[in-house]
Write a protein that binds this ligand. Sequence first.
Ligand code: 0JX
Ligand code: SF4
Length: 316
Amino acid sequence: MTKPPLTIHLAAPRGFCAGVDRAIKIVEMALEKWGAPVFVRHEIVHNKFVVDNLRDQGAVFVEELEDCPDDRPVIFSAHGVPKSVPAAAEARQMIYVDATCPLVSKVHIEAERHAENGLQIVMIGHAGHPETIGTMGQLPAGDVLLVETVEDVATLDVRDPGKLAYVTQTTLSIDDTADVVAALQERFPAIVGPHKEDICYATTNRQQAVKEIAPLCDALLVVGAPNSSNSKRLVEVGARAGCSYAQLVQRAGDIDWRALEGIGSLGITAGASAPEVLVNEVIDAFRDRFDVTVNLVETAQERVNFKVPRVLREEA
Ligand code: 0JX
Ligand code: SF4
């Protein structure tokens, strides 16, 4: 039986960013240095395949520091932690390694600096997300105000409208965030912030690539996890850029083949925490059913690389 033709527009950049690469390397190097078990507070990155793999190598994933014993090393996830977490680890004299992405740490430092200058901080982010909790937790509880949407800006109750600064989560939608920033600037003209927002290079590049391929595609699949903020944003960006069917899939097994019947073009990208093997698994599943031609659409090149913490480099 002849297979129907399918053009796959493959977005680039996609998949692992420098922060994810570094975080995974930290867990692997910690296992090498200290042996198993090494504890990891929260999923090191939001991907079940990555987490399962590290678990097989001896990593133990927990949600809270209280779930770790005193005498085993613990690693903090790429998303960052409130200040209280390393403080508690120190009080217990634990060995810990912070795998917070340096671009998230940069936002932490920004928030602290604003607070030292007497400014109240507004954080643009998603409630309950570990990065939001971590960034807000750089300052005492209640000091940082959270806004998620343009509507939230109208109800903000600030100490002094002349003494405000904003910071953002690194994985937000570029376009939605621009709207929230504009609403903040309109209501509080004196508010200070970064040049635009704190969205990182990887988030920016992956959204840009999706915008490029979405109008070319009958359907778009984003390889990524349901708890991955940056991956979910790629689905939204794709839908908004004109692709009527945009879906998140963790693995090839999640593909809804019935919904994709009759398509002639497909976009594929992957969130910053999704390994390339899973992208290949998805492409191979299409090759089984279609006569596939892959068209790589590269909108940027990335050369960012972050060093692992010194404690792990010493023994390397
Ligand atoms: O949910 P997020 O997109 O923040 O995290 P994920 O999917 O683990 O991606 C990598 C870590 C990103 C931190 O900024
Ligand atoms: Fe760092 Fe951006 Fe990757 Fe998050 S998505 S880990 S901020 S590079």
